[in-house]
Design a protein around this ligand. Structure first.
Ligand code: ADP
Length: 452
């Protein structure tokens, strides 16, 4: 951001030095003078002709000097000893000017590529440069450049801070954070930096909209507070039952064993919760990798159904893989997909009364070119107003906590695995009292986004 402000202005082009035309004019004038003297150079020469010749010669000498030694600040050869002077050729001068011009263009392109608004203001708060994001924020370039239009939109304390910087040493900087008012209402961070080396008091101002970062921070804080709350419940239960055992506050062996079983089940719940939290955060942060290989989804569902058969039998629930079609192979991470199916089947069992029915179906949707897995139950069902939040973190349908223990993270993990790691879709249809159908679809072709 340092340097001559003229190079910062948008669209301003450097011009070739006018001195490049001077040698030709010099030669022409010298020829005119010589011709005049040759023809009339004796005592009969008219005074006006003598004067014209003298003027032409004088002009030729002055131009010659200007051309040879230059008069600009950056090229003041006139004062340098002739023997030490290296005079740049015209081509060199043009190349140098073009290089300066290109550097300025590159700088402008770079600044225009930023999504943050950047302006350069002088010591009066007038805009000397505005990148594209700034033009978008503050309005038409012509209306902004050379005016205080942009500067006046900052709150008073920021304006004071920026003008204070204009009087500081080079590279002095300040950071401001506030809510931008008006149309573009949003939290912003503003970085102001003294940005010139010629003591002209220029300050570069960068404005960053931090709404997305703030929202991410808010969600993180919410996640941590919900997670701590969810962790505390099994922990206090563990502690209470462990104390009962240690203090021998049980009346018989059966009660002693029951307390120990509660401790075991709470420890399991705690480790499931921690596992889910870790899995979700690994996927969301992009650390988790999907190992996509050719996977037979129907075979995978059969394994899941078999694994859950013990629990289904214990509850008197009929559990079966009722439909499969050919062509259910997809590029997928078998381990992760199995986690999804197990989660959906175990939920179906949890929220279906004893003696109910759970069915798993695998279809190939030829039109959408995806394999669709459905897990149907004839259990409790889910109220319509709960459906939009069902795949969120720590969400549990009111009243369901009395029916079965859970973490409220299982469906969120399923959604992350299906959508983030396999480029698929997940959803639910449900009716209270009649049951639910949870489904997910995995693309058959590898248009998948692997987690980095
Ligand atoms: P949880 O560990 O609590 O089961 P999930 O994220 O897997 O967590 O599910 C979130 C909530 O969705 C559950 O607490 C339950 O209220 C509801 N739910 C999930 N599956 C079903 C289902 N098959 N039938 C009814 N409600 C369900």
């Amino acid at each position: 951001m340092q340097g001559d402000s003229s190079t910062m202005r948008r669209g301003k082009r450097a011009t070739a030095p006018t001195a490049t035309r001077a040698p030709y004019v010099t030669i022409a004038l010298a020829i005119v003078a010589a011709a005049l003297l040759a023809h009339f150079g004796d005592a009969s020469m008219a005074p006006w002709l003598m004067g014209a010749a003298a003027a032409a010669l004088g002009a030729a000498v002055v131009l010659l000097q200007t051309t040879r030694f230059g008069t600009s600040d950056e090229n003041s050869y006139a004062t340098a000893p002739a023997a030490l002077t290296v005079r740049p050729s015209d081509a060199e001068v043009i190349l140098k000017a073009r290089a300066v011009e290109l550097r300025a263009e590159e700088r402008t392109k770079l600044l225009d590529a930023l999504t943050d608004a950047v302006i350069l203001v002088d010591a009066h708060g007038e805009t000397r440069f505005a990148n594209e994001a700034a033009v978008e924020r503050f309005g038409e370039e012509n209306a902004v450049l050379g005016t205080r239009r942009a500067f006046d939109q900052f709150p008073a304390h920021v304006r004071r801070g920026v003008l204070g910087l204009a009087e500081c040493d080079d590279a002095a900087r300040r950071r401001f954070e506030f809510d931008w008012q008006g149309d573009r209402h949003a939290p912003v961070v503003v970085h102001a930096t003294r940005a010139d080396s010629h003591r002209q008091g220029f300050v570069a101002i960068l404005i960053r909209d931090v709404r997305v970062e703030r929202e991410a921070d808010r969600m993180k804080t919410e996640f941590v507070s919900k997670a701590s709350h969810e962790l505390r419940t099994p922990l206090s239960s563990l502690r209470a039952y462990a104390e009962l055992v240690v203090d021998r506050e049980y009346s018989n062996e059966d009660e002693h064993d029951r307390f120990l079983r509660v401790i075991l089940s709470e420890a399991d719940r705690l480790s499931r919760l921690v596992d889910h939290m870790l899995d979700i955060s690994r996927i969301e942060s992009g650390i988790a990798r999907a190992d996509l290989t050719d996977t037979d989804v129907a075979a995978l569902c059969r394994v899941c159904v078999d694994e859950q058969q013990g629990e289904a039998k214990r509850r008197g629930i009929s559990l079966a893989l009722t439909r499969t079609t050919p062509g259910t192979r997809v590029p997928a991470d078998g381990g992760l997909l199995k986690q999804v199916v197990l989660n959906l089947v175990s939920n179906a069992l949890k929220y279906t009364p004893d003696g109910g029915r759970v069915e798993v179906e695998v279809d190939f949707d030829a039109l959408a070119r995806e394999v669709v897995v459905s897990v149907r139950d004839n259990g409790l069902g889910i109220p319509a107003d709960a459906l939009p939040q069902l795949f969120g973190k720590f969400y549990r349908v009111a009243g369901h906590e009395k029916v079965a223990k859970g973490t409220g993270l299982g469906l969120n993990l399923c959604r992350n695995i299906v959508e983030e790691m396999h480029g698929g879709k997940i959803g639910v249809d449900s009716e209270v009292g009649r049951g639910s159908r949870f489904w997910f679809a995995i693309p058959a072709e590898a248009t998948l986004r692997k987690a980095a």
